[in-house]
Design a protein around this ligand. Structure first.
Ligand code: C5P
Length: 243
């Protein structure tokens, strides 16, 4: 088989040139990192689970009319995606206080927020992905006011979809992060959901027991990350098979 051209290697994924112009192959690694890669491990099976889960969420979003980069899953670890121009911002939506919001604002983890809150962080590993305001984003030209309005609308639609799908299997969606990219269709620019949606980028708590079923299991040494992600996949009916 011809070797593919690697475009980019990140902490949890590798991007290769796709078979058609405008496409990319996204490969999910088993590597887990936290605290800006200060903590690292290999978690067997994580890439396979996240490939399936991201496929499941992205397909569901497409079904309710939210555009995403997902084209099709190719195999256990790879999916074909649309090439996008990533907006250099992490878009975080929070329904309950946790993580950095709890630290920043002194709120107990699990405190219900008055409404979903959308936050932006600059995607910059060297700076530790700092929190930025809409003022920063527009002043430095990372996105326009129109982009910001569209990003918030997209993020809130993803939140409604993900909250509902999780609630149906007894899981509370505490918060999550998405990345958004630009695509041009017939010279018409629009924003679509890119990167991945998986337990690596969400906080997921069992509604009954409060058990964490997301990357905090790794960040806080709470047990087996593979078991936690497998439980999410099992409840959603998307346990990987050997294809
Ligand atoms: O750390 P913090 O509380 O700000 O994270 C909020 C949400 O965004 C969590 O679900 C976390 O997993 C996700 N996140 C992420 N990648 C980052 C930062 C946060 O997926 N670089």
């Amino acid at each position: 088989m011809a070797r593919r051209k690697k475009i980019y290697e990140g902490k949890a994924k590798i991007l290769y040139e796709g078979p058609e112009p405008g496409t990319i192959v996204q490969y999910f690694k088993d590597d887990a990192t936290a605290f800006n890669a200060e903590k690292r491990a290999t978690v067997e099976g994580k890439g396979v689970l996240n490939n399936r889960l991201s496929e499941f969420f992205m397909k569901g979003l497409a079904q309710i009319g939210v555009p995403t980069h997902f084209i099709k899953r190719l195999n256990m670890r790879e999916q074909l995606i649309r090439q996008v121009e990533i907006i250099p911002l992490e878009v975080i939506v929070r329904n309950f206080a946790a993580g950095s919001m709890s630290t920043r604002l002194g709120l107990a983890e699990g405190t219900a927020l008055p409404r979903p809150i959308v936050e932006f962080c600059l995607k910059d590993d060297k700076l530790g992905d700092p929190f930025v305001s809409e003022e920063h984003i527009m002043a430095f030209g990372w996105a326009t006011q129109q982009d910001l309005d569209d990003m918030v609308a997209l993020a809130l639609r993803v939140n409604d979809f993900m909250s509902g799908i999780m609630l149906a299997v007894g899981i509370k969606l505490v918060d999550f992060k998405i990345e958004i990219g630009r695509v041009w269709d017939n010279d018409f620019m629009r924003l679509i959901v890119a990167d991945e949606i998986s337990p690596d980028s969400c906080r997921l708590w069992d509604i009954e027991t409060g058990q964490k079923l997301d990357k905090d299991v790794f960040r806080r040494d709470l047990g087996s990350l593979t078991d936690a992600y497998t439980e999410v996949a099992r409840r959603l009916g998307v346990l990987p098979t050997n294809v």
